[in-house]
Design a protein around this ligand. Structure first.
Ligand code: ZN
Length: 196
C-alpha cells in the first residue's frame, strides 16, 4: 500500500502546513498516516517525505537514510557529503535553528519534482526542535547530509521547494546529472554551467 506523491504545481506544496496538537499525534488517523508515509518513502525510494507531498497540509515529515541507498556513491563522495545512515524517525512542528551557516553545495532532488535535480546550497549544521511520533519534545542536532535532508523536509512544511533555493543554471534531468556530472565537483559544475 502506498500513497500518491503529488507533483509541483499542486497548491498543497505551496501552503504552510497546519501545526498538529500534542493530543492528535497519538490518534489512529495520524499514526496510520505515519505508517503509510514510511511505506511510501521506502517504496519511492526517498530519504524523506513531508505530509504536503501526499496531499496533507500538516507539519509532519518522515526521514530515513538507509545504508543500501549509499551504494551508488564512492567512499569519498559519502565522506565529502558527510552522509551516514539515519534511522527512521518522525518530525512534527519543527523549528529550525542554523548552528553553522557554512554552505555545502551538492545536487539535490525531490520526489515532488520527479526526474530533475540541481545544486542547492544548504547550511552545514543545524538544530531542530520538534515533536516526535509519541508527541514528546525532542531536539535534533544534525550536520552534513542529515542536515540537508532536514532543511529540505522542513522547507516542504512551510510551502518551499528546493527549486526556490537552487542555483538555477545547474538544473538538469536526473538522467543527465548521472550521465555528465556524477563525478564533477559543485565548484566545477558552477563554473561550467554558470552564467557567462
Ligand atoms: Zn522534496
Amino acid at each position: 500500500l502506498r500513497l500518491k506523491i503529488v507533483q509541483a504545481g499542486e497548491e498543497v506544496l505551496r501552503q504552510r502546513g497546519r501545526e498538529l496538537t500534542r493530543a492528535e499525534i497519538p490518534s489512529p488517523k495520524i499514526q496510520q498516516l505515519i505508517e503509510l508515509m514510511r511505506e511510501t518513502m521506502r517504496d519511492a525510494p526517498g530519504v524523506g517525505l513531508a505530509a504536503p507531498q501526499i496531499g496533507e497540509s500538516i507539519q509532519l515529515a518522515v526521514i530515513e537514510d538507509r545504508a543500501e541507498y549509499h551504494r551508488e556513491l564512492t567512499q569519498e563522495q559519502l565522506r565529502e557529503r558527510d552522509r551516514k545512515p539515519i534511522p527512521f524517525h518522525v518530525v512534527i512542528n519543527p523549528k529550525l535553528i542554523i548552528t553553522d551557516n557554512t554552505s555545502n553545495d551538492f545536487f539535490e532532488g525531490c520526489l515532488s519534482v520527479a526526474g530533475y535535480t540541481a545544486i542547492v546550497s544548504r547550511a552545514h549544521s543545524i538544530a531542530v526542535e520538534c515533536l516526535n511520533e509519541h508527541a514528546e519534545s525532542v531536539k535534533i542536532e544534525a550536520a552534513g547530509w542529515y542536515a540537508r535532508i532536514l532543511q529540505h523536509e522542513i522547507d516542504h512544511l512551510h510551502g518551499t521547494l528546493y527549486v526556490d533555493r537552487m542555483a538555477p543554471r545547474t538544473w538538469t534531468t536526473l538522467e543527465n546529472a548521472r550521465r555528465f556530472w556524477k563525478d564533477t565537483s559543485a565548484k566545477e559544475i558552477h563554473s561550467r554551467m554558470g552564467a557567462k
